[in-house]
Structures are given as structure tokens and as C-alpha cells.
Design a protein around this ligand. Structure first.
Ligand code: AQP
Length: 350
């Protein structure tokens, strides 16, 4: 890897005032339907509209315990998910977070900009650390600070994420604002906008309508993985928790029926229609009819993605080439931004 950015990025200006999308996912388990609908479909759509950077967050992944022997393969699996879902490496820049050391370097500077009181408010830390927060890693606590660095080292302006990341994006904006003020650099970092809206912004567990679908849920039946085959998808939907009532005519009728609402929202997101349209079609029908229809739809959308992931993973050299090329393109942007940060902070190596 060279310090010199390759053409056509050589000498590229920091994209201040222009739009740039950035987002990522952790290689902490199998990608699932929530990751797909909440974030991945947006990446695929946005890549054709805005310059797009998508990374695999291996630095974030070690905030929870990971097997060092498996981590690289997990990075490949997430990358395969990106490609199978439709990210085009010729269009979007796809890379591993650890291949661009500027993320970690900027995170240190931001650790000294962010205030303890800001991080104390982060609900995801409270949820993930559980009852024994003194046993959680400090990395898990400062996770949103690294996330701010991920975004701002590219001066990204838009961040497509699921609903659970809203608070972290607000923190990123606070950090950008405070850095610009503290170092007398108005407008140096943009204040990035989260892109959250959409019917898949918060996909819930298939076993518990109050918990979000998550990679780390111990129950595999709680989620549909991108790698699940048609039988597994159909079986998980068949077993999904529901109630004994029929589907109502309007969304108001789903009030207090979290599991039913979740399945309707998943159907809407997969079909690209509104929840009202789903209800218009299925009002008065029970889950005995709705679940098989949802299973068919999910298999038709997810099945080909899983198949393509398996094909890509059979040739890891191609995935590794995509990541190497993406890292070079990413560093071409991150290196000059970090050099400017060192200068603003007054570091010896500026
Ligand atoms: N259930 C969800 N509904 C909608 N969007 C979701 N995302 C995650 N879960 C849902 C979005 O997926 C992107 C990548 O998430 P991540 O890999 O950074 O980890 P996470 O948010 O912590 O997701 P998980 O799957 O729940 O992982 P674990 O269990 O390891 O914590 C993000 O944009 C996220 O919003």
C-alpha cells in the first residue's frame, strides 16, 4: 500500500460541500434481514446517485469477543453479502476498516473532543453492556466515537443506517461541530445526515416483537440470515411468533400487536410497497394464509442473494482483490484529511 493516492483520486479535493455516502457493517456474525432492509438495500440504491464508501467494520467487531482465526473470513463473508446484494465495486468503494489506519488515528483525536457526558447517554452501550457494564470493554463504550471517525475521515455527508444508529449519528454531528469550534476550523468537518426512513428501518426479532433482529441474538430462529436457504427461510417464518387474530384493514389495527406489525412491515419492505397496501391485500386473513405468502416473497428476494454469496465465497481471491482495491481508494481520501487534522491539532508529525 502506498501513501500516494492512485489516479483518478490523486490530488482529489476533500469533498466539502459535495455529497458522499458512507456506512458499514460489523463482521460479528451472519448478515440478516434487518441489516439488509435497514441498510444494505439503501447502499445499493445510493451507489448510483452519490459517491459511496462502504466498509466492513472489523475494528468495531472486536468491541465484543471475536475468534482471531475467524475474523478475516468474517470480513470476506460480509463483503460477499455486499456484492451479492448488488454493490458494484467499480462504482462503490468497498474496504475493510482496519486497512485504513486513519480511522483509528482520528478516533483518538475524537476521544479527546467528545465529552464523557455525551457518551453516558448512549443507549446502545447500555443495552449491549447489560447488567455488568464494568465488565464491558472500553472499546464498546467509545464505539460511537470510532463511528464518528469512520464517517468524518471521509468528510461523508450522508449515512444510511437502521433506526438503532440514530443516536450515534447525533453524536457524530456533535463531535464534528465541537472539533470545528475547538480548532477554529469552521466547516472543516460537515455535519452528516442520517438516512433512516423506510419500512425496513427497524426489523424486529421473529421471536420477540420488542427486540430488534440482531446478529448476536442467541436464537437463530429470531432472524433470517442472508445465507439461509429456501427451506430455512420458510421454516423460520412459519415458526415466527404471532397472535391468533386476523390482519386488520388499517395500520391502526396493528397497535399493540408488535409481532404482527413486524411481519407486515417485513412484507412491505421486501415487496417495495406500503404497509397500508399489504393490509389492503390481506385484511381479514389469518397468519395461516399470510405466513406462506411472506415466506414465498422472502425466498424470492433473499434466495438469490444467498446463492450468490456462496458462489463468491468459493473464490475468496476475487473478494480479496475487491477489498485491496477499495482500501487504496479509501486511503486516497482519508490520508489527506488526516494530514489536515494533524496540522489543525498541532501534532509533531504534521
Ligand atoms: N434489526 C434491524 N433493523 C434495521 N436495521 C438494522 N441494522 C442492524 N439491525 C437492524 C442496521 O444494520 C447496519 C449494520 O449493523 P452493524 O453490523 O453495525 O451492527 P448492529 O447495528 O449492532 O447490528 P446487529 O446485527 O444487531 O449486530 P450485533 O448483534 O452484533 O449488535 C446498521 O446500519 C444498523 O442500523
Amino acid at each position: 500500500m502506498t501513501d500516494q493516492p492512485p489516479a483518478p483520486y490523486a490530488g482529489a479535493p476533500p469533498y466539502l460541500g459535495e455529497q458522499r455516502v458512507l456506512s458499514g457493517m460489523q463482521p460479528s456474525g451472519d448478515l440478516h434481514l434487518g441489516n439488509y432492509l435497514g441498510a444494505l438495500v439503501k447502499f445499493v440504491r445510493l451507489q448510483h446517485q452519490v459517491e459511496t464508501f462502504i466498509f466492513v467494520a472489523d475494528l468495531h467487531a472486536i468491541t465484543a469477543e471475536q475468534d482471531p482465526k475467524k475474523l478475516k473470513q468474517q470480513v470476506r463473508e460480509i463483503t460477499a453479502g455486499y456484492l451479492a446484494a448488488g454493490l458494484d465495486p467499480k462504482v462503490a468503494t468497498i474496504f475493510a476498516q482496519s486497512a485504513v489506519p486513519e480511522h483509528a488515528e482520528l478516533a483518538w483525536v475524537f476521544n479527546c473532543v467528545a465529552r464523557l457526558g455525551w457518551l453516558d447517554r448512549m443507549t446502545q452501550f447500555k443495552e449491549k453492556s447489560g447488567k455488568h457494564k464494568e465488565r464491558a470493554s472500553i472499546g464498546l463504550y467509545t464505539y460511537p466515537v470510532l463511528q464518528a471517525a469512520d464517517i468524518l475521515v471521509y468528510k461523508a455527508t450522508q449515512v444510511p443506517v437502521g433506526d438503532d444508529q440514530k443516536q450515534h449519528l447525533e453524536l457524530t454531528r456533535d463531535i464534528a461541530q465541537k472539533f470545528n469550534n475547538d480548532f477554529s476550523a469552521p466547516g472543516f468537518f460537515p455535519l452528516p445526515e442520517p438516512l433512516i426512513q423506510g419500512p425496513g428501518a427497524r426489523v424486529m426479532s421473529l421471536r420477540d416483537g420488542a427486540a430488534k433482529m440482531s446478529k448476536s441474538d442467541p436464537s437463530d430462529n429470531s432472524r433470517i440470515n442472508l445465507t439461509d436457504d429456501a427451506d430455512a427461510i420458510a421454516q423460520k417464518i412459519r415458526k415466527a411468533r404471532t397472535d391468533a387474530e386476523v390482519l386488520p384493514e388499517t395500520a391502526e389495527g396493528l397497535e399493540g400487536r408488535a409481532e404482527a406489525r413486524n411481519l407486515v412491515a417485513i412484507y412491505a419492505a421486501l415487496a417495495g410497497i406500503t404497509e397500508a397496501e399489504v393490509l389492503k391485500q390481506y385484511a381479514g386473513q389469518g397468519f395461516g394464509a399470510f405466513k406462506p405468502a411472506l415466506a414465498d416473497l422472502a425466498v424470492s428476494v433473499m434466495g438469490p442473494i444467498g446463492g450468490e454469496m456462496r458462489r463468491l465465497l468459493a473464490d475468496p481471491a476475487e473478494i480479496d482483490r475487491v477489498l485491496a482495491d477499495g482500501a487504496q481508494r479509501a486511503r486516497a481520501i482519508a490520508t489527506p484529511v488526516m494530514a489536515e487534522v494533524r496540522g489543525l491539532v498541532g501534532f509533531w508529525n504534521s
